[in-house]
Design a protein around this ligand. Structure first.
Ligand code: GRF
Length: 190
């Protein structure tokens, strides 16, 4: 199966996915990486020899044009699955309609709790005692799509944003890798 990964940041989930894909038994390969801005994720892709493109919103007159350009850059790789891994933009209908039922995201909270860009900070501010990560199908909302997998980690009394983020990521990344493998195997059978 062919994957396209959307990134905006450090790309640690992308790095783990690239590593998983080295095993032929994993059943998927990263055909391309697309970002909304220059970032470490793009550098990781290029270092791994994976085609990488930046489609920056400020280069387009309107959001819909950006959506369209992003869809073209992703569609070039004909993905079976589009994986948002730390992609910090909301995808519009021009993109979503192009890849129906094929776009997943991972979010660092136990959705529906704490959607949005500051999930870990928000969980701490609310005094949550449990945190985690959710993989879900992307729809037009902000972290509102149907859940595929969820993993829980405790919030410890001394946690700050960095320590909790690290604990979540340690559970989030393997969950994402495992979920993608499950989804592409299901697709092979379909
Ligand atoms: C992940 O925790 C993801 O849930 C969130 O941003 C982080 C991405 O990290 N949306 P990375 O870019 O894969 O290192």
């Amino acid at each position: 199966a062919s994957l396209v990964v959307l990134v905006s940041g450090t790309g640690s989930n992308l790095v783990a996915l690239l590593r998983a894909c080295q095993d032929p038994a994993y059943g998927a390969r990263v055909a391309g990486v697309v970002a909304d801005k220059p970032c470490q994720g793009i550098e990781h892709a290029r270092a791994a020899g994976v085609p990488a493109a930046v489609v920056a919103m400020e280069d387009y007159a309107a959001r819909a044009n950006w959506d369209e350009a992003l869809a073209l850059a992703v569609g070039e790789h004909d993905p079976d699955l589009v994986v948002c891994a730390g992609f910090m933009r909301i995808l519009g209908p021009g993109f979503l309609n192009r890849f129906p039922g094929r776009i997943i995201n991972t979010h660092p909270s136990l959705l529906p709790d704490f959607p949005g860009a500051h999930a870990v900070r928000d969980a701490l501010a609310a005094g949550a005692t449990r945190a985690g990560a959710t993989v879900f199908w992307v729809d037009e909302g902000v972290d509102t799509g149907a859940h595929i997998a969820q993993v829980e980690v405790p919030v410890l009394p001394d946690d700050d944003e960095a320590s909790l983020t690290e604990r979540i990521k340690a559970a989030e990344t393997p969950q994402l890798i495992e979920t993608i493998s499950r989804l592409v195997r299901q697709e092979d059978r379909a």
